[in-house]
Design a protein around this ligand. Structure first.
Ligand code: ATP
Ligand code: MG
Length: 157
């Protein structure tokens, strides 16, 4: 069933707003120009994916940083984007971060926590919905994750 993209983006930003403020991070949502854009998928799963990505962004971005949540709307697909200005991921680790239990932890200062399952689960869920997930990162500059899902006809409402 079609899920409105605006609600997805606003929802995740709302769920993490307090935590972001506590960490002195700016967490912002940018809604698509076009109104009523929807994707196909399981709403619970999309929310779990987004929660995973934003919680990573919060975990790996030092105070003063920025996290932006937005969508790129195409004719037949929509890409949900979570971008942070955090510590980034070394190029040699980037191909492995979606593997179960893989963590980049060579003397990284951000507080411990984590099993290395978040991104593996996110990828599993995205693929189950017929979508695609990929990540770009630059060390000390930030990380951007792209989740591409099939675009749906807008909800008749
Ligand atoms: P979990 O999500 O299970 O609590 P985790 O966050 O360590 O633990 P993943 O979400 O799978 O595990 O991420 C894997 C690794 O990729 C992380 O340990 C971290 O090194 C790196 N990583 C993920 N997201 C980011 C990000 N936004 N910025 C920098 N590094 C990241
Ligand atoms: Mg994680």
């Amino acid at each position: 069933r079609p899920i409105p993209v605006a609600g997805l983006l606003e929802g995740v930003v709302e769920r993490f707003q307090l935590q972001a403020a506590k960490q002195e991070l700016s967490l912002r949502v940018h809604l698509p120009q076009e109104r009523g854009v929807c994707v196909y998928g399981d709403e619970d799963m999309v929310n779990r994916v987004l929660d995973n990505l934003v919680s990573n962004a919060l975990k790996y971005t030092p105070p003063g940083g920025r996290i932006d949540v937005r969508a790129e709307v195409h004719a037949h697909q929509v890409t949900l984007v979570v971008a942070d200005t955090g510590i980034g991921i070394p190029a040699e680790d980037l191909p492995h971060v979606f593997e179960r239990f893989y963590r980049v932890e060579k003397g990284r200062s951000r507080r411990g926590g984590g099993t290395g399952l978040g991104l593996a689960l996110a990828r599993e869920m995205v693929e189950r919905m017929g979508g695609e997930i990929r990540m770009e990162s630059e060390l000390q500059r930030g990380t951007t994750v792209y989740v591409t899902l099939r675009r749906a006809e807008e909800d008749a409402a």
